[in-house]
Write a protein that binds this ligand. Structure first.
Ligand code: NAD
Length: 466
């Protein structure tokens, strides 16, 4: 089979990764976007988003002619569309009124391109869209000769290229099995398990998976709170849970709450879907409520540590925030829990100064931040009453903590990601408080080890105290 001509509309995290990766698999891809500046930068090999390996794939694709970028306002765009065999929709579907997914961009694109698509073309939705969208797009298209396929994307920011090229699974759903098969064939060389299904199931798989992850994270945060109250250590609890293959180790680490461009809007959209079908999805609602509460809980913890009481005033307390992005490895600030916590701290009267390795004072996205941003952690720490770690950037572990201790007014760290080695911090002169971990404690007192029953003649179920 010859490689199909693919057009990808929307060149953000999903679209650009899709376009560059499909080109790297040997397909001929045109990436289109409304943002002319972005298209120009991409054509020059410059990628705005922080994604390991993406810039290289873009440069290589452009150099070998398999990838090109075009603005949707250029005449070439219609020309490429007129020859496309597959068109991927990767445009935003943000949270709209009442928590519903806002499909206005997606629908306007479909209206705009419907007359231009050639007969036999396949329209593929990669954006996250509610159940029923494929049916709706088919109706908007009004083209019997163009099939609509749902192919939701599961990549994670920070590891987008790796996730795309080594997916856990590929999901393709359509009323037209033949078109679904053609889309699945694009990924054949990846040898991933492929779920071929109807469009509604494919659309729901994406929400069901994301909302399950949100529930798991809220559960982990609730367990961390229980650990705080019960004097248990959430790191050991999570490890002990995670060895159970039915549970797994991932998504068990507590933090300041889940966020990013997907989980908040997808949980809301699933709730809306459930409501519309007269089903009260209490589990997902509880996960959202737990998440909102988590921001507040983190602020209470900071208040407790800094003032000595949960009712203390944070007015004029100076705090250095380490990390603003919603997770490490990305420069994406959308719906970051760090920003939610920062907003509550500001409301409580705290004075904030922040440092994030991926967000720089001159950046466009930094412009709207309602607090000071510095270029390095040492500057941020100058004269503060506490340092608060909000994103799990590994480089924070490598900071010169004795130097930071000399810079702060009070050497206190609240580590909402349980990222840092408490022992080293205490040696550097700090007090350290994590989430769900005994405060000020340094090393873990227990560790799980494998003990061979044949060697010891004892039960293999033993915990070794160090
Ligand atoms: P993004 O904001 O990073 O990128 C969207 C791109 O679309 C931007 O470059 C924007 O300029 C462009 N665009 C907007 N309107 C357009 C139009 N009318 N025509 C052409 N281009 C247009 O968004 P994203 O994070 O890539 O998300 C896209 C979709 O993928 C969403 O539905 C999202 O839920 C889903 N998704 C995102 C992720 C993720 O981790 N970011 C993962 C899986 C699925």
């Amino acid at each position: 089979m010859s490689s199909p001509r693919v057009v990808v509309i929307g060149t953000g995290y999903v679209g650009l990764t899709t376009g560059a990766c499909l080109a790297s698999l040997g397909h001929t891809v045109v990436c289109a976007d409304t943002d002319q500046g972005k298209v120009d930068r991409l054509t020059g090999g410059r990628v705005d988003i922080l994604e390991p390996g993406l810039a290289d794939l873009v440069t290589t694709g452009i150099a070998n002619g398999r990838l090109s970028c075009v603005s949707t306002t250029e005449p070439w765009f219609a020309q490429f569309l007129g020859q496309a065999e597959m068109v991927f929709l990767c445009v935003p579907t943000p949270m709209g009124a009442g928590g519903l997914a806002d499909l206005s961009i997606l629908e306007s694109v479909v209206k705009q391109i419907s007359d231009v698509l050639p007969p036999g073309c396949t329209l593929v939705t990669k954006s996250t869209v509610p159940v029923g969208t494929a049916t709706r797009l088919t109706w908007i298209l009004r083209r019997d000769d163009v099939a609509v396929v749902s192919n939701p994307e599961f990549l994670r920011e920070g590891t987008a290229v790796r996730d795309f090229l080594h997916p856990d699974r590929i999901v393709v759903g359509s009323a037209c099995r033949e078109a679904a098969g053609r889309v699945a064939a694009l990924y054949a060389s990846l040898s991933a398990p492929t779920v071929l299904t109807d469009a509604a199931s494919a659309e729901l798989i994406k929400y069901a998976a994301n909302c399950f992850l949100a529930v798991k994270l809220s559960y982990a945060n609730a367990i961390a709170e229980l650990c705080d109250r019960a004097g248990a250590d959430v790191v050991d609890v999570a490890e002990g849970m995670g060895y159970d293959r039915r549970i797994g180790q991932e998504f068990l680490a507590p933090g300041p709450g889940w966020g990013g461009s997907c989980l908040p809007k997808d949980t809301s959209a699933l709730l809306q879907l459930a409501d519309s079908l007269d089903f009260e999805f209490r589990l997902v609602r509880a996960a959202i409520d737990t998440n909102i509460r988590q921001h507040k809980r983190v602020v209470d913890k900071i208040r407790d540590v800094v003032t000595g009481t949960r009712l203390g005033s944070l007015s004029q307390v100076r705090l250095a925030l380490l990390g603003l992005t919603f997770k490490a490895g990305t420069n994406d600030l959308r719906d970051s829990p760090a920003l939610a916590v920062a907003a509550l701290l500001r409301e409580a009267g705290a004075e904030l100064v922040a440092f994030d390795p991926a967000v720089h004072p001159g950046d466009g996205q930094a412009a709207g931040l309602p607090f000071a941003l510095t270029d390095n952690a040492y500057q941020a720490a100058r004269g503060v009453d506490a340092i608060v770690v909000l994103t799990e950037w590994p480089e924070f572990r490598e900071l010169d903590w004795p130097r930071l201790a000399a810079a702060v007014r009070i050497p206190t760290v609240v580590d909402t990601r349980n990222l840092l080695d408490a022992d080293s911090l205490i040696q550097a002169g700090f007090s350290w408080t994590g989430l769900g971990r005994p405060p000020h404690t340094a090393p873990r007192t227990t560790t799980s080890v494998r003990i061979d029953a044949a060697q010891t003649g004892e039960s293999p179920f033993r915990e070794a105290l160090l």
